[in-house]
Design a protein around this ligand. Structure first.
Ligand SMILES: NC(=O)C1=CN([C@@H]2O[C@H](COP(=O)(O)OP(=O)(O)OC[C@H]3O[C@@H](n4cnc5c(N)ncnc54)[C@H](OP(=O)(O)O)[C@@H]3O)[C@@H](O)[C@H]2O)C=CC1
Ligand SMILES: Cc1cn([C@H]2C[C@H](O)[C@@H](COP(=O)(O)OP(=O)(O)O[C@H]3O[C@@H](C)C(=O)[C@@H](O)[C@H]3O)O2)c(=O)[nH]c1=O
Length: 292
């Protein structure tokens, strides 16, 4: 039995869909089993008897975290510590998700798993603290750092862009932050691969879409592909700007492109080019529309 914690979030819902389609047995919980309560986690674990735990729960509001760092730390560090203690007490491998925002953005080459972390945001600091708790408490873990996640469920950049492009004549998007977008399906594919292969090669891994872009270049592709598919119904100028011209509470990394060498070697898992995943995602939006 696989226990998906945070099953009502963007990744948790996609993972639930993917596990169902693959015919794997799982149980999902969200806020009703509060990760801040060890007792609640223990009680539910005694009912579920998990063979795997996948933690998709987190505090993910990047800008809001700047003024709510304590709340973010509770979930992203203390909640992870509770789940890790539960996993060690039951001797269950734990898959945990982290972020490219643990890096400071000063690199200009793809970041390997052992690159130094120096988060510049409250969200990034609390996610790094969660990673550190997990490493200290329970070695049998997989920490998967991913980046710029989007998918069918939940608020994300692609859906925000489509909505803005349909309602405005012009949008400006930062062109000085480089990374790589990741479709939730690609990440859930890796999670299923790790569970199925069931290898003891625990540790930290990076996964994002292959290739790289800035948020502006990502937005340009969303617009081009969205127009082709009539998901964007009117003209909209997509204009590049600097981070200074688009001020946000949290200072995102200027460069957070993840190297995928380690995951490809360990699990023979090759993520698609980010443009191919974006096309598949937009196609899936069209199919859902047709179904409604
Ligand atoms: N989104 C992104 O772009 C990226 C995300 N990640 C990481 O991927 C993982 C999944 O992210 P994503 O799916 O976007 O996250 P979401 O914010 O969509 O989902 C998180 C889920 O956790 C739930 N939750 C909140 N508090 C608790 C609690 N105390 N107990 C149990 N569940 C709780 C949330 O409920 P509620 O909504 O009610 O708060 C929500 O359903 C996270 O670890 C995130 O840091 C990494 C890189 C990029
Ligand atoms: C909406 C919008 C955003 N932007 C910029 C702001 C920011 O620099 C960048 C992305 O903005 P967003 O707020 O959508 O994305 P953000 O919340 O920063 O996304 C991050 O979420 C967390 C959870 C992660 O772990 C990261 O990997 C990453 O995916 O785009 C524009 O330039 N123009 C716009 O119109």
């Amino acid at each position: 039995m696989i226990w998906v914690i945070g099953n009502k979030g963007m990744l948790g819902r996609e993972l639930s869909d993917h596990l169902s389609e693959a015919g794997l047995s799982f149980i999902g919980t969200d806020r009703e089993v509060d990760i801040l309560s060890s007792a609640a986690l223990e009680e539910r674990a005694a009912e579920i008897h998990p063979a795997w735990i996948v933690n998709c729960s987190a505090y993910t509001a990047v800008d809001k975290a700047e003024e709510e760092e304590e709340a973010a730390r509770s979930l992203n560090r203390d909640g992870v510590a509770h789940i890790a203690k539960l996993a060690i007490s039951r001797k269950v491998p734990l898959i945990h998700i982290s972020t490219d925002y643990v890096f400071d953005g000063s690199s200009n080459t793809p970041l390997h798993e052992d690159a130094p972390c120096a988060p510049q945001t409250a969200y990034g600091r609390t996610k790094l603290a969660g990673e550190q708790e997990l490493r200290t408490i329970w070695p049998n873990h997989f920490i998967i750092r991913t980046a710029w996640l989007y998918g069918r469920y939940g608020k994300n950049f692609v859906d925000t862009m489509l909505s803005l492009m349909n309602s405005r004549k012009e949008i400006t998007v930062v062109n000085d932050q480089t990374g790589s977008p990741t479709w939730t399906r690609v990440l859930t594919g890796l999670i299923l691969t790790i569970i199925k292969q069931d290898k003891a090669c625990y540790g930290t891994y990076h996964l994002s879409g292959e290739g790289s872009c800035t948020w502006y270049q990502f937005a340009r592709e969303i617009y081009r592909m969205g127009r082709e598919r009539t998901l964007v119904s009117s003209d909209c100028a997509v204009t590049p700007c600097s981070s200074e011209q688009f001020p946000t509470a949290a200072k995102r990394p200027a460069y957070s492109l993840l190297s995928k060498e380690k995951i490809m070697h360990a699990f023979a898992y090759q993520p698609p080019q980010w443009q191919d995943s974006l096309a598949s995602y937009l196609d899936s939006l069209l199919e859902q529309g047709a179904k409604q």
